[in-house]
Write a protein that binds this ligand. Structure first.
Ligand SMILES: [Zn+2]
Ligand SMILES: [Zn+2]
Length: 300
């Protein structure tokens, strides 16, 4: 048997919730390496075993082209005796050490997810909580590290068989995406009146209708509430200001896209870059509003 080495690697920085484990899995299995990858309180830990040159190639790729959403601060590695174990696994997260891992910010709904949301044949058609390994909520849903589903507000939603298949399939875009869900198993939209009674009909359309009539709505998302009123209606904004006791502080104005923002104000290059970055105001919410036919102003 040819000589084998086993490298133990620790990756620190914003490396959880950014698809790092699936990335390492794909890289290692593509190179035919054995070992494991997991999250812990410090970041991502990896053990890879195989021919010295292949292990070296793995480490070089890891340093040169980590997953696009990751912000790697430090990669440390060392060699340990080879164990001869075959196969590569994503191991359970290790806990118990001091918490140093950084969690990714929320990431704007990606083009693939938006396409699914707009496709009547897709099982996530119109589903407001659509996400994948490349996008979706992170920081707003975690209450602890390692970043794993039990440490998020998604813990209460057991995955359905379809979502579980995606979650466990290394070839799937949702491989180890912690907040993965769908209309069958994930959170659902409901519209309630001020007495807590459910209002029948499509909740998004109903919300747009109420906003159009000058209503003030509390929109609950995965991470918390924001209050919304139609910015173009002075009576609605006045009601919101009175209730919030926020007489003169500015509110955030929500728009569906860059063109709409340009119609309201000057947008320079730096602002455009922020608005269209991976972590802008929620594009999925904008998509849902567009579907409902109403553009709403909002306030957090
Ligand atoms: Zn996505
Ligand atoms: Zn599901």
């Amino acid at each position: 048997m040819s000589r084998r080495v086993r490298a133990v690697v620790l990756v620190e920085g914003v490396v959880q919730g950014v698809g790092f484990r699936p990335f390492v899995y794909g890289l290692a299995t593509g190179l035919g390496l054995d070992g494991l990858v997991g999250n812990d309180e410090r970041g991502v830990f990896i053990e890879v075993e195989g021919a010295p040159s292949t292990v070296e190639e793995f480490l070089t790729t890891l340093r040169k082209s980590p997953p696009p959403l990751a912000l790697v601060e430090r990669i440390s590695s060392g060699l340990v005796p080879a164990t001869g174990e075959a196969g590569f696994v994503i191991s359970g997260s290790a806990t118990g050490g001091p918490r140093r891992a950084l969690v990714s910010p929320d990431v704007a709904t990606c083009a693939d997810c938006l396409r699914e949301m707009g496709d009547p044949a897709d099982r996530r058609y119109g589903y407001a909580f659509t996400n994948c390994t490349n996008c979706g909520p992170r920081f707003t849903i975690v209450h602890g590290v390692p970043y794993d589903r039990p440490n998020t507000t998604m813990a209460a939603f057991a995955m359905c068989a379809d979502c579980a298949r995606e979650y466990h399939d290394p070839a799937d875009r949702r491989f180890h995406a912690q907040p993965v869900c769908c209309p069958a198993c994930g959170p659902r939209l409901r519209l309630l009146d001020s007495g807590g009674e459910e209002i029948a009909g499509d909740p998004v359309e109903g919300t747009a209708r109420l906003l159009g009539r000058g209503g003030v709505l509390a929109v609950k998302g995965l991470g918390g509430y924001h209050l919304a009123a139609l910015a173009a209606r002075a009576d609605a904004v006045t009601a919101l200001r009175e209730r919030k006791h926020r007489e003169d502080k500015p509110f955030a104005v929500m728009v569906p896209d860059l063109d709409a923002a340009r119609r309201l104000c000057d947008v320079d290059a730096a602002e455009e870059a922020l608005l269209t970055s991976r972590a802008p105001p929620d594009r999925a919410a904008a998509q849902a509003r567009r579907r409902g036919g109403g553009a709403a102003g909002g306030a957090r």
